[in-house]
Design a protein around this ligand. Structure first.
Ligand SMILES: [Zn+2]
Length: 428
């Protein structure tokens, strides 16, 4: 068959699978793969049996019992090898009541509800259907694809993508990360990368004393509160982001402006979110007893930095700010997580071919963006060394929210893109 005919056939097949897509997503949601502990064994067994009945090869990989990952193999001989990677674990449902029970997988008027539907069992269902449709083609009509469904993404991927990458299991020319919230056929978007994080632990030391005679002590909590203000100043430290990333940062900001309901001051923050570090003080510890002057206290900051910007310069600036404060007994410890983030060059050949696949499906050119949070792409890119691009079925603002849902329309779109990409892929 000619490429155009194959593409048309894929589209027709997937449109005919919309009921199956909704049901698969619903089924996946019904496995409560909540982290912690994030056991994915049963969910993986469901995926395994789906492909067994189709005669498609799978492999289960476990570093720890019941923390299962599964690889679905669709070989092809058009050259090159594509990985698709998505996660099966979900965050807890929270304490507020849901419109429908969070693990019911309720299907309603073109939507599938439930924890993990948008982040990201919807895209996992899309990948399952895409694998099925791809496997029905001739081997000469597609490049090789491995679909990886992983555990642990929400908790650092220790038994999931990180381990799979470190142990050499992930090999390919390009990796499509299904964990992406650009999943609307009317306004598609692709992710070129994500931010990294600098975690700062600010420690204050003082001297303990009786609470009735505070002047005899040196109050570590009060000192910490003063020091916190100096660390927060890093939020107005201009980052030296790579020039080639500027157009992408512009569209990334437009995306956030458009898809979130923001107040005036939130909009001002979004305008700064890629050119300045974002700073969030998320944990404070200190004090032992109401009548004791505390001699130790600490504050933990989550600081996110645009990929390609100089993290060392940010650390240096924080130390300078603290020094300039004149406060004594204050120390800062740093930890870079997510390897400082990553981005793919906008002119990379794989970016163009994925863009093309999205265009063939939606009739629209996807916008390119950098995302503020981290994904498994960090491990496929930074450990396995595979260029990694995000495209999924998730809806903006849905991840981790109450009454989370995904649309069947988005799942159809993602399934088509996942199945068409290996047909138009230019092998290296
Ligand atoms: Zn996710």
């Amino acid at each position: 068959m000619k490429n155009n005919d194959i593409i048309d056939r894929i589209k027709v097949d997937i449109e005919g699978s919309s009921k199956e897509l909704a049901e698969l997503c619903s089924k996946l949601v019904q496995f409560p793969t909540v982290v912690p502990p994030g056991y994915t064994r049963e969910c993986v067994e469901f995926i395994e049996s789906y492909f067994r009945s189709l005669g498609i090869e799978t492999e289960v990989h476990e570093r720890r019992k019941d923390k299962s990952n599964i690889c679905v193999k669709v070989p092809g001989n058009r050259g090159g090898k594509i990985l698709w990677l998505g996660h099966l674990d979900v965050v807890p449902e929270g304490s507020e009541p849901w419109k429908y029970p969070p693990f019911s997988g309720k299907i309603m008027e073109g939507l599938v509800y439930g924890r993990g539907s948008s982040d990201m069992k919807g895209a996992c269902a899309s990948a399952m259907v895409a694998a099925k449709v791809l496997a029905s083609l001739e081997e000469t009509e597609r490049s090789s694809v491995e679909f990886w469904f992983t555990c642990d993404e929400e908790v650092g991927a220790v038994d999931g993508a990180r381990w799979l990458a470190e142990s050499g299991r992930l090999k390919g020319d390009i990796c499509i990360i299904g964990d992406s919230s650009g999943g609307m056929p009317s306004e598609p978007s692709m992710d070129l990368g994500c931010k990294g994080a600098l975690r700062v632990t600010l420690k204050a030391r003082g001297k303990t004393a009786h609470g009735s005679q505070p002047y005899l002590g040196d109050n570590a909590i009060e000192k910490l509160i003063d020091a916190i203000g100096y660390v927060k100043k890093i939020g107005s430290f201009r980052l030296n982001v790579p020039e080639e990333l500027e157009p992408i940062l512009k569209t990334s900001i437009e995306f956030l402006m458009k898809h979130y309901e923001l107040t005036e001051s939130q909009r001002a923050e979004v305008m700064k979110v890629f050119h300045y570090p974002s700073v969030s003080l998320n944990i404070i510890r200190g004090g032992v007893k109401i009548n004791v002057v505390p001699d130790a206290a600490e504050a933990l900051f989550d600081i996110r930095i645009t990929p390609g910007a100089d993290i060392e310069a940010v650390k240096r600036r924080i130390l300078e700010l603290l020094k300039a404060s004149g406060l004594e007994g204050i120390d800062a410890e740093f930890e870079v997580t997510g390897f400082g983030g990553y981005y793919e060059k906008p002119d990379l050949v794989y970016v163009n071919s994925l863009k093309r696949a999205v265009e063939l499906v939606t009739g629209r050119t996807p916008i390119l963006k950098i995302i503020t949070g981290g994904t498994d792409g960090i491990f496929t890119r930074k450990i396995a060394g595979i260029p990694s691009l995000g495209f999924g079925a998730g809806l903006p603002g849905m991840a981790h929210s109450r009454d989370e849902y995904v649309t069947v329309e988005s799942m159809i779109m993602a399934a088509k893109v996942y199945a068409i990409y290996p047909v138009i892929f230019n092998a290296p």
